[in-house]
Design a protein around this ligand. Structure first.
Ligand code: PBG
Ligand code: ZN
Length: 324
C-alpha cells in the first residue's frame, strides 16, 4: 500500500468513527477495589500518601463496600490491620481476626459483592515479613502451613476468593489442598504469581503498617530485572491449580503482563499498586498533569497489555467516569 491510497487519518476524523475502530475498552467490571480494614471503631484515617484511601473500621468498610457495589464494581480485595501483631502473625488465621470479622460484616450487608482476601502474614507479624523467621530469613515450608490456615479461615468466614501475595514456593498447592479437604473446592485462588520486590509498594506499607523491621523482601519477591523467570513462576502456579494469575506491580511491568497473556490462558489480573496511584495523585495535585486523563490512559494501557482485571485504588473514580 502506498501513502497516497491508504490514509490512517480517515478513521480518526470524528468521535463516532474512532469509537467504531477502538480496540481496547475499559469497563467498570474490570476493576477490583482494595480496602484496608482497621481494628477498632469509628476509625477513618486517610493515608497521607494515598489521597482518598483510608484505614477504616468495619462499619466504614461496610458503608464503602455498599458504595463500591452500587457503582457496579464487582469485587473488593481486603487487607487487615489487626489489634496486635506477633512473631507468627496469629491474627491472620484467627476466627475473630480483623479480616474474618470484616468478611462476615460485608457479606451480611452486601452479599453480591465479591470479597477477595489478600493472604499474607506481613500485616500480622511484629517483624513485618511475609512469613515465619528462622535464622534471619523467612522459612518457606513453615510459612506454608500458616498461609494455608489463613486461607481456610478466610473461606470459613465467607470469602469468595483468596489471593496469596507472600511469594512462598508451593503456596498455591498448599492452599488448594486445605481448601479442598474442607469442602471449599469451589473457592478460586487468585495467585500473585509474578510479584516483584518493588519500591512502588512504599505507600501501601504505610497503609497496611507492614514495613519489614529488618532487611527487605528480596529473598522471596522477584528481582525487577527478570523477565524469563516470570514465565517459570506463572507456570508453577498453573501447575498448582491457580484460577487467576496476577502481575504486580503493573505500570513498570507491562511487558510481563503481555508475556503472561501470550503464554497462558488463565484470566490475568494486574495490580496497579500504591506508588503508581500516589504518583498520579501527587502530580495532579501540583497541576502538572490532568489526573483523570492520565488515570484512564494508564488503566487502558494495562488492559491493552493484556490484563483482564485491574486491582486499583482508582476503581471508584474510574467507574464514575465510565458511567458518565
Ligand atoms: C502484602 C502485599 C503488599 C502489597 C499487596 N500485598 C506489600 C508488599 O509485598 O510489601 C502491595 C500493594 C500496593 O503497593 O498497593 N504482601
Ligand atoms: Zn506480605
Amino acid at each position: 500500500m502506498y501513502f497516497s491510497a491508504y490514509r490512517p487519518r480517515r478513521l480518526r476524523r470524528n468521535a463516532s468513527l474512532r469509537s467504531m475502530v477502538r480496540e481496547t475498552h475499559l469497563r467498570v467490571e474490570d476493576f477490583i477495589y482494595p480496602m484496608f480494614s482497621a481494628f477498632g471503631e469509628n476509625i477513618k484515617h486517610e493515608i497521607s500518601s494515598m489521597p482518598g484511601i483510608y484505614q477504616q473500621s468495619i462499619e466504614h468498610i461496610v458503608a464503602e463496600a455498599k458504595e463500591v457495589h452500587a457503582l457496579g464494581i464487582p469485587a473488593v480485595i481486603l487487607f487487615g490491620i489487626p489489634e496486635t501483631k506477633d512473631a507468627l502473625g496469629s491474627d491472620a488465621y484467627c476466627e475473630q481476626g480483623i479480616i474474618q470479622n470484616t468478611i462476615r460484616a460485608i457479606k451480611a450487608e452486601v452479599p453480591d459483592l465479591m470479597v477477595i482476601t489478600d493472604v499474607c502474614l506481613c500485616e500480622y507479624t511484629d517483624h513485618g515479613h511475609c512469613g515465619v523467621i528462622k535464622d534471619g530469613d523467612v522459612d518457606n515450608d513453615e510459612t506454608l502451613k500458616l498461609l494455608a490456615a489463613e486461607a481456610l479461615s478466610h473461606a470459613q468466614a465467607g470469602a469468595d476468593m483468596v489471593a496469596p501475595s507472600d511469594m512462598m514456593d508451593g503456596r498455591v498447592e498448599a492452599i488448594r489442598a486445605i481448601l479442598d479437604d474442607n469442602g471449599f473446592e469451589q473457592i478460586p485462588i487468585m495467585s500473585y504469581a509474578v510479584k516483584y520486590a518493588s519500591a512502588y509498594y512504599g505507600p501501601f506499607r504505610e497503609a497496611a503498617e507492614s514495613t519489614p523491621q529488618f532487611g527487605d523482601r528480596r529473598s522471596y519477591q522477584m528481582d525487577p530485572a527478570n523477565r524469563r523467570e516470570a514465565l517459570r513462576e506463572a507456570l508453577l502456579d498453573v501447575q498448582e491449580a491457580a484460577d487467576f494469575l496476577m502481575v504486580k506491580p503493573a505500570l513498570a511491568y507491562l511487558d510481563i503482563i503481555r508475556d503472561l497473556r501470550d503464554n497462558f490462558d488463565l484470566p490475568l489480573v494486574c495490580y496497579n499498586v500504591s506508588g503508581e496511584y500516589s504518583m498520579i495523585k501527587a502530580a495532579a495535585a501540583k497541576g502538572w498533569i490532568d489526573g483523570e486523563r492520565v488515570m484512564m490512559e494508564t488503566l487502558l494501557g494495562m488492559k491493552r497489555a493484556g490484563a483482564d482485571l485491574i486491582i486499583t485504588y482508582h476503581a471508584k473514580e474510574a467507574a464514575r467516569l465510565l458511567r458518565g
